[in-house]
Write a protein that binds this ligand. Sequence first.
Ligand code: BGC
Length: 773
Amino acid sequence: MKQYLTPDEWCIVEEGFHAAYNEITESLMSLGNGRMGQRGNFEERFTGKTLQGNYVAGVYYPDKTRVGWWKNGYPDYFAKVLNAANWIGIDIDIEYESLDLNTCTVRDFRRVLNMKEGYLERSFIATLKSGKELKVNARRFCSIVDDEAGAIRYSITPLNFDGKITVTPYIDGDIRNRDANYDEKFWDEVRKETGYAEAYIELRTRKTGFHVCTGMCLEIEQDGAPIDFQSQPIRREKYVANRISLDCRQGQETVIYKFACNLSSLNYDSDHLVQETRQYIKRLSSKGFERMLLEQKQAWADQWKMNDIVIEGDVAAQQGIRFNIFQLEQTYTGEDERLNIGPKGFTGEKYGGSTYWDTEAYCLPFYLSTADPKVARNLLLYRYKHLGKAIENAKKLGFRAGAALYPMVTMNGEECHNEWEITFEEIHRNGAIAYAIFEYVRYTGDERYLVDYGLEVLIAISRFWSQRVHWSTAKQQYVMLGVTGPNEYENNVNNNWYTSYIAAWTLRYTIEAVGIARKLDPEKYAELCDRIHFREEKEVETARHIVANLYLPYDEDRGVFLQQEGFLDKELMPASDLPKGQRPLNQHWSWDRILRSCFIKQADVLQGLYFFEEEFDGETIRRNFDFYEPMTVHESSLSPCVHSVLASRLGLKEKAYEMYLRTARLDLDDYNNDTEDGCHITSMAGTWLAVVKGFGGLRVRDNQLVLNPYCPDNWESLSFKVRFRGALLQVKVTKAEVEVQNFSARPVSILLADAPLTLEANSRKAVNRTEKV
Ligand code: BGC
């Protein structure tokens, strides 16, 4: 755990340069706008520890997988979002010396990520070996208004000399992914152009053939006014720059403005990419830096109006939750249904920027509650568009008749994971995709989605489950063998309770959805049945038979569901009995030992109880929680949040808070020693769940919003905003009362602490806090 950042409610602040932690800070101070993202790297040359990273959404490369023994069914490639051209670079040279924080003396260093207004700022004073001193202030942002662009204001002031300073703003496309399996480069140059104070470079990805043109233009001010300057173009392989030599006086501020954008062939015709980029850049420079920044601040203010969570009485917690919300908003905006949410967003290379079940199981509720429903709907449409590939994927594995198996890891609908033994059998992800459809419809009330898209996906997934189970003569029940549940510390198990339960639930929900669709639009439903050869009577009958006869392992004595068959044969012990030095297990134990042990990487049975809470009584949830929670080592960042929500539901406030703390500042405090690889974006959604579903007790039942909020003891108050079916509500809870405010122009009826409450349009009501049960 590292605590080198200054607590602040709205900013992430690094006071003094922590060179050894630089890659961590770079991850934390990443900027993004859903279409591109940039780590918190320095603009000027830096020879110290750094991971340069700029990522363009949707642009990926199918890296060759690394594998010892190739097996049938193994994915052909491991897709990764590429590290793209560096657009922020500005080299600074003073006579024969370079400004490089690794080689000069640095004082008054301050790097601040301003989450309220959406920009990154850095200031410092550097003393070069010659004794020359320079003051630098750099400010930049990835615009959420012009979402393919970024802008930089870089100011230099010589403190003890007059003389020439050479600045070289550049675009460098000679980039490699650090995580490339075979250390290959993935980009080829297509063309480049340089002009007066501007430069463009178009690159193409190998194999996938995406084109990305990165362009820049420059303006320079001295003494607060624009100046004319000479710019010398530089062109090298995959590199363009403009070198500018400036006469600077002691105490005089020189400001370089760099406007840049990344346009990709996903959105533009690749034949005209440079032309389009030039026009885009022209538009940015005519707007100017200050106006762009003003628009950015305004757009972020509008976002925060919809999604802010305010915690009074604990600055570290406040900073943590805002950081999580900020990063989620930067990662996915819902503007484009071809895009999704990588577990590390745009903050690093790990997990290759691909889509995992994380989106459906963890992220969806955040976007459902904080954004227009079209945002969550686009996440669903992403999977709908991949249905054909999911059917193909299932076919490759021997399934038929339109059965679909969605990939565990994907960029374009094809399976592209890198770890056969673990990921291959995690077929539970199919269930999460079905569950997301249910959750979207339950939250928004948009049953039409089922008719138009959802039912087709549900039928295909149900067909997979119906074929994946088989009748066991020994048990006289259906069984599901050879799977891996969410707990990846068990592979290839039989009858994993979570997987079997979600399979049966999908069959049940599909039957329900068939009824809804048939009623809502009989014609369209008939057309669908025809198109996908859905024989309702027969398929529904099979589904009913499976649901009624599926084996779900259960231990009568303990009254708990068994994670899988044979779980009780293990040597059961709580994780608290493990010597401290042996955690995390995955860094200390052999894989063989981990697989044999009872220790659980992440919620598995409990994941099911979290999803399907309403199908179980409190006592059952409690018994299972008490049994599994002590054996869970939470070595996935997706684990504690599920435990936290369940603990809140059970009234275990201390446990809920303890679990919440494990994810709330996971990256800010580098809790798992891995933030340098990037931030845990999808687990940030989990933190939001722990607060809003956990402490806030938010649910939707019978088309109504239900709240059962409480305020953790360490806080004075908690308040959060949620959107629900066209209304925006704010819930504020203190130890004494709960206040709900309706910002919409119509009345809203909710259930607050189990009592009905109607809020008139634009009104608020406070009620004495009822103890949570
Ligand atoms: C977890 C998976 C998750 C993946 C990406 C793994 O460590 O076990 O459930 O999908 O990380 O976040």
